[in-house]
Design a protein around this ligand. Sequence first.
Ligand SMILES: [Zn+2]
Length: 576
Amino acid sequence: MGHFNNFKLGVYCTAQTLSRLTPERLDEEWAYLEKYVGVDKVYLETYRGDTTVEREQMEKMIGFFKEHDVEIAGGITTVTPDLTAEDRKRQRLFHTFCYSNPAMREHLKKIVEYTAGLFDEFILDDFFFTSCRCEDCIREKGSMTWEDFRAAKMEEVSKNLILEPARKINPKVRVTIKYPNWRESYHETGYYPKRQREMFDYIYTGTETRNTAHTDQHLPHYLSYSLMRYMENAAPGRNRGGWFDTYNCWPIDCYLEQGYLTAFSRPQEITLFQWGDLFENKLVTPLGIQLTKIDRILDRAGAPVGVPLYLPFASCGENHLEDHLGMIGIPLEPMPDFPQDAETVLLTKASAKDEAVLDKLEQHLLAGKTAVVTTGFVAEIAPDQWERFSTARFSGRKLPANRYQVTDDPSGHYRVNFTTAFPELQFGNNASWSYVNAGAGDYHSSLLLADTYGPGRLYTLAVPDLFSALSDLPVPVTDVFRRVLSANDMFISGRNVSLFLYDNNTFILYCYAREGSCPETVTLHLLKEASAVRTLDGKRTVSLCADVCRRLEQTEKEWKGQILIQPGEFLAFEIV
Ligand SMILES: [Zn+2]
């Protein structure tokens, strides 16, 4: 039996860590990790850069973990020092391999053969990318684009240097490719899950988000959930797990949030990177307690659901907008294929990568369903193509706003003391209708424009230039967005709180702990009748009151309740 019912807890051990571990240190560090986390599986890395773990040392490690009943897999990190003096001319980010170089290719093949000889399963850490623009790569690329060259190159490398050599040495071997936390750049660097998902036995997902504002990449916290769901939809049942680390994590909740959100996505495994960084690290000490609580929640929660967001493979544009929407409480389910069966679909700039997207949108609307498109999406579509759906046009000007109006609420006027910039949408009055206006002085335009198309409804959402400004908008304004993008007949109203929905009338709320956070009172809006909402542990019940309101041209009855939640806290509920 593992430590948790719903997932295995893995710890990744780098080659550098494994090379230094003596039997005494191993005993001591194992005891710490067992006490504070609970280890079900270890990934034992054979190779990383200048370090290869010698067979004798690796066999000692394997023996130790077997004795302790821990599942074992191997790991490889595909970075290498210069192999010859001539390699100095190859300017490789993080010393990733140049796959046009025969010596480096041979080097990798030998590492793979060594690893497959030791393990029946191994994973490639997320340095399995190439951004090399050395003269050999430029020559090989010829007239191709870098994107096409790298996709073809890494498919060939995956087959000839990883999978075939590994399977030849060990026919039982299963190989996992781990994808980094930067989906928007996969196609720039040779990561091509559309093809590689069929080649590898499993995929794995990086869910590191760290301190969003102060880390190297732009990694909003909701990514730890949204990317897991995207990769699960890319390879259903074969997204083996989520993986995060301790770097750039402050305050302590910033580290823990990565684990919470990864777990909320219902992974098969959660892997902590890496053994050497975890030992005596205060960030790690609450993890076992918190994951035990989430494990109890997952015993009762169903399968994750949300509003489908269409992000085709190899797409980018309005990068991480979905994460900022997730962090204002909109429950999203990103996926690489257009969601044929969904009632509501969200399309962003990245969705426009699909050349057939307008036909798919039209079919969706003609089936009587709802679509929400962002201004970034509309900007990608030629005006004469868009004209059939909406009168929305870009003026090319910016709309600075410090005043907002929810147009179907007579009291819905809000003034704030800061200015947020939006792309200005112009539209035909009474040909389209605005549900949210914004502006300054005597001027305003629409932030949420509604059109009908056949039996379907289309909303155009103006996204602030700075996505993180979404969380600063007046709550009644973002309530309209959340109502339009609701799922499971419910939405929440509040700030700084994410909603995680499951298909069995359960949901989780998480309140982000970041600079300036304070306790939040979330209003629950249930759009179908419920007799009660209570926490899964049965200790708290939310009292509900019925209300009738006219919103989006419909008179709706809803049931409302209030929930107080503290920063860093998660609460799980069932609707009965
Ligand atoms: Zn190169």
